[in-house]
Write a protein that binds this ligand. Structure first.
Ligand code: ATP
Ligand code: MG
Length: 645
């Protein structure tokens, strides 16, 4: 196997960081040996309580139970806005960058306060009460953040549904969490194209009798249908409301929001997070993982419809009093240099995105990057899928000019905040490894018998103890939460992912456990084989799955997407096979390579291997839930050209 490069902490970081390597050791040890003391201090440092807590944690993972700071009270919007007003009323809270490069604006903490209070009062005027569910189906405009915060101000529980979902997917989510009110816009704008949000809401609400109000932001001024009993305009209605709204004191364990997982592995789950633990973990990890310093401009490219947008566009940054950039568009519009233009324009210090975007931008060529000034960048981040070392190196050398550490953050909708991640001033980096656990996080690897693996090894990734932002329930189906996360291995939280731990105690996520291949008795992670394939300069992306094989048990089936302008050939097929053998070993020799013009992805950009597995196994009648696919036509194309007929 090729050698792993190690990138030490840059001296500039080590000299001027919130957490250096000694701090990490000390704080991590305290966080697991004396959680009571560690978490009391963090919760008091990072959050403002209207009623102090006296208990830290009460947990029983055999029952999937955890309660954090359970007798404390606080309000999320007061923590994200009001408490910053004395010092930073005039400081920018949000920088909004529109889809059109000519559109942008700054929103101060004072303006944020006014907007959130007015909308909170409007929600109350429409009868929304503490505990009611509100659906937010919005483009990436500041009103999306106002809507989330306005819900928290009055104790309503939001469920943000990504604006790229169809009317049917929206309807399912509204019904599943029984939302009573929807906040939307006439249209969204993404990559120069209009998205008919209000028309989608109209179709969805035809089947949702409990929704009494739709609040509509005017984004484009398009002609839309109007139900005068149900629909009200956002702008004129909030203008009539008072700009003062006292924050509702909430119990630490009161529900904060519901968010549906991306659906990579099956029917999406309505993950429920609660108030204090979630806010603490998202804020703390924001500060420490991104080494956030006063005045830094932080840009997370995720959509607020995903957990990454919740934790690292809205809650973490705002609770920390940061400047958070919200981007309405896509990385490739007007062209593939858009991200770097935005970095130059707003002097972005930290840029946080997903491997799917990094691979796409890498495929577009270096000129798009190098023609923009990236000297403001200090730190880069990635999340969502394992990042292939090839893409990591490109991100590091080309985008970050060898100056910026990369934080590869492993976490899940269910974990609420970073779980395994480097801290840039404390952790030497290995491309492709999410490195070490965050404070209070106690990962373990289990073998097939459910025994903990000590030292180096590979197995199912689980957590031995709860952490503040752990999932509390699957909305409306508590048993599904217990079955999914707490039943596979008794007494542990099961992540569903596999991982390897190396001699330095670094974690390498190998992919979903269900996707792990068993080839002639050897267990192989999909991520490793895919990384080997994309080392080839002609390949853009790869997805690997297993299929039944008479001799080996499972054979290795690879879907390979080539870079623009490259052609498939027998010679290339041989080169890719040789590459896998050279990088991993003869056991990893692919049996089948199918050239794939595109790969099926979720709307958050993740490869859906379960569908690819069905195609490889010729189980075409049972493709499962495909409602979260970004482009279903990709599947038809792959089925038509199956290599395994
Ligand atoms: P579903 O649970 O519905 O199948 P999903 O798991 O894709 O959807 P998310 O919660 O958005 O929904 O994604 C979490 C998963 O993403 C993790 O379990 C892991 O498989 C993958 N992941 C996230 N970050 C990383 C990372 N840095 N490295 C490797 N994998 C990652
Ligand atoms: Mg998942």
């Amino acid at each position: 196997m090729s050698e792993v490069h190690i990138y030490p902490v840059p001296e500039t970081f080590a000299a001027n960081t919130l957490v250096n390597s000694d701090d990490y050791q000390r704080m991590y040890r305290q966080s697991v040996e004396d959680p009571q003391a560690f978490w009391s201090q963090q919760a008091n440092d990072f959050l403002q309580w209207s009623k102090p807590f006296t208990k830290v944690v009460d947990e029983d993972l055999t029952k999937g139970h955890a309660a954090w700071f359970a007798d404390g009270e606080l309000n999320v919007s007061a923590n994200c806005i009001d408490r910053h007003l004395p010092a930073r009323a005039e400081q920018t809270a949000l920088i909004w960058e529109g889809d059109d490069p000519a559109d942008s604006k700054h929103i101060t903490y004072k303006e944020l306060h006014e907007q959130v209070c007015r909308l909170a009062n409007l929600l109350k005027a429409r009868g929304v009460k503490k505990g009611d569910r509100v659906c937010i189906y919005m483009p990436m405009i500041p009103e999306a953040a106002y809507a989330m915060l306005a819900c928290t101000r009055i104790g309503a529980v939001h469920s943000v549904v990504f604006g790229g979902f169809s009317p049917d997917s929206l309807k399912d989510r509204i019904l599943d969490s029984d939302c009573r009110l929807v906040i939307t816009a006439d249209e969204g704008v993404r990559g120069g194209r209009k998205v008919p949000l209000k028309a989608n809401v109209d179709k969805a609400l035809a089947h949702c009798p409990n929704v009494h109000t739709a609040i509509v932001v005017k984004r484009t001024g398009a002609n839309i249908d109007w139900d005068s009993k149900r629909d009200i305009w956002y702008g004129e209605s909030v203008a009539e409301q008072s700009a003062d709204c006292a924050p509702e004191p909430m119990n630490a364990e009161d529900p904060l929001f519901i968010l549906y997982t991306s659906g990579s592995t099956g029917k999406p789950k309505g993950v429920l997070h609660t108030t204090a633990g979630y806010l603490l973990a998202s804020t703390m990890s924001f500060k420490y993982t991104f080494d956030y310093k006063e005045g830094d401009v932080f840009w997370c490219t995720a959509d607020v419809g995903w957990i990454t947008g919740h934790s690292y566009i809205v809650y973490g940054p705002l609770c920390a009093g940061a400047i958070s950039l919200m981007f309405e568009g896509v990385p490739t519009y007007p062209d593939a240099s858009r991200c770097w233009q935005v970095v130059e324009k707003h002097k972005v210090n930290t840029f946080y995105t997903a491997p799917t975007a990094i691979r796409a931008l890498m495929g577009a060529g270096d000129d798009f990057v190098t023609k923009c000034d990236r000297s403001s960048l200090r730190l880069l981040g990635t999340v969502g899928e394992p990042i292939n070392p090839e893409a990591w190196e490109w991100y590091y050398h080309v985008v970050g000019e060898k100056r910026c550490p990369i934080v590869d953050t492993w976490w899940q909708t269910e974990t609420g905040a970073h779980m395994i991640t480097p801290l840039p001033g404390a952790t030497a980096l290995k491309p492709g490894s999410a490195t070490r656990p965050f404070f209070g996080v106690q990962p373990a690897l289990l073998d097939e018998k459910g025994q903990e693996i000590e030292g180096q090894g590979e197995g199912a990734l689980v957590m031995k103890a709860s952490w503040p932002s752990m999932i509390r329930s699957v909305y409306g189906d508590h048993q599904r939460m217990i079955d999914t996360y707490f039943s596979t291995f008794r007494g542990y939280y099961f992540t569903g992912d596999g991982a390897r731990r190396d001699a330095d105690g670094y974690y390498w996520i190998t992919g979903r456990i269900d996707d792990v291949l068993n080839v002639s008795g050897h267990r192989l992670g999909t991520a490793e084989i895919e990384s080997a394939i994309v080392l080839h300069e002609d390949t853009a992306e790869a997805a690997v799955v297993g299929y039944p094989h008479d001799i080996k048990g499972q054979g290795i089936y690879c879907y390979v997407t080539l870079k623009n302008g490259r052609e498939p050939s027998e010679e290339l097929r041989k080169e890719l096979i040789d590459l896998c053998v050279k990088e991993i070993g003869p056991i990893a020799k692919p049996d089948i390579i199918q050239w794939a013009p595109g790969l099926p992805k979720t709307r958050s950009g993740k490869i859906m291997r379960r569908i690819l597995r069905k195609i490889a196994c010729n189980e075409l009648d049972s493709l499962g839930d495909t409602s979260t696919l970004a482009d279903p036509s990709v599947v038809d194309e792959l089925v038509d050209h199956r290599a395994n007929k």
